[in-house]
Design a protein around this ligand. Structure first.
Ligand code: PEP
Length: 251
């Protein structure tokens, strides 16, 4: 049986002081919840303080991006070695905002996945179709390509430590959620692709749903057999709404 994983993605929000305030509140709200994995993705500037703020709790901190080299002349970038050195445990990779606004390709995303694994952290690989893909009946094709190319060269042993976040782009930040049935159908297809690539390990892999998940719709989404948690944007900015989603993920 898989443990649900609820991850927040703060995106370009929160100063250090705001980050510490929210995490301190969240720590108190979830202190008795041991049967859900909890992750918060924070901007680079807040990571160090965020790691310190969650010390002694079960909350793990994620970076929202990484550059796939250990060090060197890459002005403005942050390496996996740097992230690991401050206690970051997870890295969100290939979010649709990075794919769309910063033109990240599956090949580049694959380099990041490998670099994160090599440094002992867990990648959260985001995939998902645009509205025009879904309307053209191409959801399975698009997500399969993102998985196969994003996870090229990954072994089954490594795959066990990878989280996949299925986020239909048309549902991110729009208030439009995939219905539980539509989301489950895609999650099932995703697990089939993972099974084809990694065999039995696919049954242990976490596939999160992301896209306007809120306390009100989380229980139904999380009740689906192939939905193993959520990647939460807007509703992760506030401790109470995020903690409600964490509670809904208890089995
Ligand atoms: C996201 O950005 O990963 C996300 C799912 O955002 P929201 O929950 O706001 O749709």
């Amino acid at each position: 049986m898989r443990t649900n994983v609820i991850a927040g993605n703060w995106k370009m929000n929160k100063t250090n002081a705001e980050a510490v305030e929210m995490l301190t509140e969240l720590k108190g709200l979830v202190k008795d919840i041991k049967d859900v994995k909890i992750i918060i993705g924070a901007p680079f500037t807040a990571l160090s303080d965020a790691v310190k703020a969650v010390e002694g709790s079960q909350i793990g901190i994620a970076a929202e991006n990484v550059y796939p080299k250990a060090s060197g002349a890459y002005t403005g970038e942050v390496s996996p070695v740097m992230l690991k050195s401050i206690g970051v445990k997870y890295v969100i990779i290939g979010h649709s905002e990075r794919r769309d606004y910063f033109k990240e390709t599956n090949e580049f995303i694959n380099e990041k996945v490998k670099a994160v694994l090599e440094n002992g952290m867990t990648p959260i690989l985001c995939i998902g179709e645009h509205l025009e893909d879904r309307e053209a009946g191409k959801t399975a094709e698009v997500t399969e390509k993102q998985i196969r190319e994003g996870l090229a060269g990954i072994t089954p042993e490594q795959a066990e430590n990878i989280i996949v976040a299925y986020e239909p782009v048309w549902a991110i930040g729009t208030g439009k959620t995939a219905t539980p049935e539509v989301a489950q159908e895609t999650h099932k297809q995703i697990r089939e692709v993972l099974r084809d690539m990694f065999g039995k390990v696919a049954d242990k892999m976490i596939i999160q749903y992301g896209g306007s998940m809120k306390p009100a719709n989380a229980p139904e989404l999380l009740a689906q057999p192939d939905i193993d948690g959520g990647l939460i944007g807007g509703a992760s900015l506030e401790a109470t709404s995020f903690a409600e989603i964490v509670s809904a993920a208890r089995k």
